[in-house]
Design a protein. Structure first.
Length: 196
């Protein structure tokens, strides 16, 4: 039977492994971290030239730096909460297109991801409005009861109700689950394109 370890025990084991890490392992981690930093700069600085920065990395180190950059970009492909977030994801996809410019199918892949996330956002907005209207109908009864109790009209903001928020998070989670498998599949294709 497997032994259950405490967080402290796991942290101590990890620290012991780090202490025993070879120079090659440390260099590998440093190169991956460098790639992550390049991708972060690309996302935060509009004028940053990611492909040029990657081209300056020595050829023997490039695949690890690329791995770090791809990892950072792919982790930023998330379900958008609004149009602004979807536009930010467009920047992430542009970065992946730059990194994989040699692959002709990359533009098709990024277009498919963007389409999937756009569809998700559109469906989320439709479901949200439908749910809000349904909940408003339920709240009309509450407003009527409050009017009878206090003698004046009391407006209840549906979206601020804890029950509304709780139910909406459940519905949103179910919607994300419907899209997650396809999104994860598409995102994993980028990892497969990184040279070993």
């Amino acid at each position: 039977m497997a032994e259950i370890k405490s967080t402290l025990e796991i942290a101590l084991e990890k620290a012991a492994r780090i202490g025993k890490a070879s120079k090659e392992e440390l260099r590998r981690e440093e190169l991956i971290r460098q790639g992550r930093k390049l991708a972060a700069r690309f996302l935060n600085e509009k004028d940053f030239r990611l492909a040029e920065a990657l081209a300056k990395v020595p050829a023997e180190e490039r695949s690890l730096v690329l791995q770090g950059a791809v990892d950072t970009l792919v982790r930023n492909i998330v379900f958008p909460r609004d149009r602004h977030a979807l536009n930010e994801i467009r920047r992430v996809l542009d970065g992946l297109e730059l990194l994989f410019a040699a692959f002709p199918q990359v533009k098709q892949l990024t277009a498919e991801i963007y389409k999937l996330l756009s569809l998700y956002l559109e469906q989320q907005n439709q479901i949200y409005e439908q749910f809000k209207q349904q909940f408003k109908g339920q709240m009309a009864e509450v407003e009527q009861a409050l009017k009878q109790q206090y003698g004046e009209h009391v407006k209840v903001d549906v979206e601020m109700q804890p029950q509304f928020q709780e139910e909406w998070q459940k519905i949103k989670g179910q919607l994300e689950e419907q899209y997650r498998r396809q999104l994860d599949y598409l995102k994993n294709l980028f990892y497969k394109m990184v040279p070993a």
